[in-house]
Write a protein that binds this ligand. Structure first.
Ligand code: ATP
Ligand code: MG
Length: 425
């Protein structure tokens, strides 16, 4: 089954609102094995909606429209749909009753405009809104399905769960099997990773592989499709073996798992405690680590020591060392990590210091220069990273990712000098 999504609303095409319905629907549809071929956003304009409907109904098996279904002047979807099919609209008593109940249970008074939600284009099936007042509409013609749903994201989702998903599942039967797997890497660029893992073309068309890069790492997203579950599973197992072998020590976890979540498991499993002293990451490591539920089991404390004075007062970094070497330097990063480990009595301590930019760079110490240190039971490792000029936010995220990866590699007894987005030798 192939699908087009049409989202309707002036606010979606003039920059006032981001269309989240398409992304949400597309993810659910692909999980069902429905291929989304096209997604289009349109303003609240009847002619444009009619044109798009005509194109979609001529071009594909399933059309899902969201938005502009309300009863007010600016909502043009229902009239456009009725005009496209050349039909009138009829008032449906059950919908009117549901709208009255909706208002009554909220202590709100109803207006004639609200009651117009009960108007349904002739020849359409309808479904009461589980969350609001606009009903969902369905037209089935020549084996093609047209769903028309409200734009309010919560209502659209409620219709999906209540109505579209079971109906589509029923139509699709179990002919289409679709299985997905995630693999997480960090510290390696997309093209270097591609050179090591490849495209899995020989496993296609059963298997497709997507590389999804972010500041934190590259996730690999594998989809297996087919008619025969054991065959799909076998192809996925082949893909997995190749991905895990190819991504080496840059691979850290299977599934939809963040680096911090993975690290949490590693620390908890070994009974280890962590302290963090941050300068250039400005608390991002503290945020990332405390986003993991149960972080207090393994996270002891964090400092944001932004000034030179705080590095000295809180972590015992000698003022003379900072004066001689500069705050962004190998010895200061080392002293921060060792000071944090000593102050806290933790097994491991991470420290970050760097030049996030856009100002503050010099030829010797350019924007994007970061020193990260990890002090642990076997001593302290300090590394120098050149992250480049990618904006403050990105530099903070990259430094946080590199710091977590440095710790991961030490905890898991992997090479701590690999990673950091340096090309594999
Ligand atoms: P109703 O009038 O019954 O609320 P409706 O179908 O007319 O339903 P809209 O007026 O189009 O809905 O949109 C309602 C709200 O949902 C608006 O705030 C709108 O910006 C938002 N919205 C609509 N479509 C989308 C979309 N595709 N993605 C994100 N938000 C959306
Ligand atoms: Mg609208």
């Amino acid at each position: 089954m192939r699908c087009w999504i049409l989202t309707i609303g002036d606010e979606l095409i003039n920059g006032l609102r981001v269309d989240t319905n398409t992304a949400w629907l597309a993810a659910r549809l692909s999980d069902l094995g429905v291929e989304v071929e096209r997604a289009v956003s349109l303003g609240d304009e009847e002619g444009a909606i009619r044109d798009a409907l005509a194109g979609a109904l001529a071009g594909t098996d399933l059309v899902i429209v969201s938005g502009g279904l309300g009863p007010t002047q600016d909502d043009r979807t229902k009239p456009a749909v009725a005009a496209h099919f050349g039909v009138g609209m009829t008032r449906i008593p059950e919908i009117e009753e549901a709208v009255r109940t909706f208002f009554a249970t909220r202590g709100r008074s109803i207006t004639p405009v609200n009651l117009d939600q009960a108007l349904v284009p002739d020849g359409f099936a309808w479904h009461i809104n589980p969350r609001g007042t606009a009903p969902g509409l369905l037209k089935e013609q020549d084996g093609r399905l047209l769903f028309v749903l409200p734009g309010v994201p919560g209502e659209m989702r409620a219709f999906w769960h209540d109505w579209l998903e079971p109906l589509l599942q029923d139509r699709l039967g179990d002919r289409h099997i679709i299985r997905r797997r995630w693999f997480q890497t960090t510290g390696i660029g997309e093209s270097d990773l591609f050179n090591r893992v490849g495209g899995l073309e020989d496993l296609a068309p059963t298997i497709t592989l997507a590389y999804l890069p972010s500041a934190w790492g590259v996730a690999l997203y594998v989809t297996g499709k087919g008619e025969d579950a054991p065959a799909v599973e076998a192809a996925l197992a082949q893909a997995e073996a190749r991905i895990v072998a190819g991504s080496g020590d840059w691979f850290f976890a299977r599934g939809d798992v963040t680096l911090a979540e993975h690290l949490a498991g590693q620390l908890r499993g070994r009974g280890l405690h962590l302290a963090v002293a941050e300068s250039c990451t400005g608390g991002l490591l503290a945020d990332t680590l405390t986003n993991v539920p149960g972080a207090s089991e393994w996270l002891d404390r964090t400092w944001v020591t932004y000034s030179n004075r705080s590095k000295t007062e809180e972590l015992g970094v000698p003022a003379e060392l900072i004066a001689a070497q500069g705050a962004v330097s190998e010895p200061v990063a080392r002293a921060m990590a060792e000071g944090a480990r000593q102050q806290s009595g933790s097994d491991f301590a991470l420290a970050t210091t760097g030049i996030a930019g856009p100002t503050g760079g010099t030829p010797e110490k350019p924007v994007g220069l970061v020193y990260l240190a990890c002090a642990g039971p076997a001593g302290t490792v300090v590394r120098r990273y050149l992250q480049g000029e990618n904006g403050r936010r990105y530099n903070k995220q990259r430094a946080a990712a590199n710091a977590l990866d440095l710790l991961r590699r030490l905890v898991e007894k992997r090479n701590p000098f690999q990673g950091g987005w340096e090309s594999p030798g």
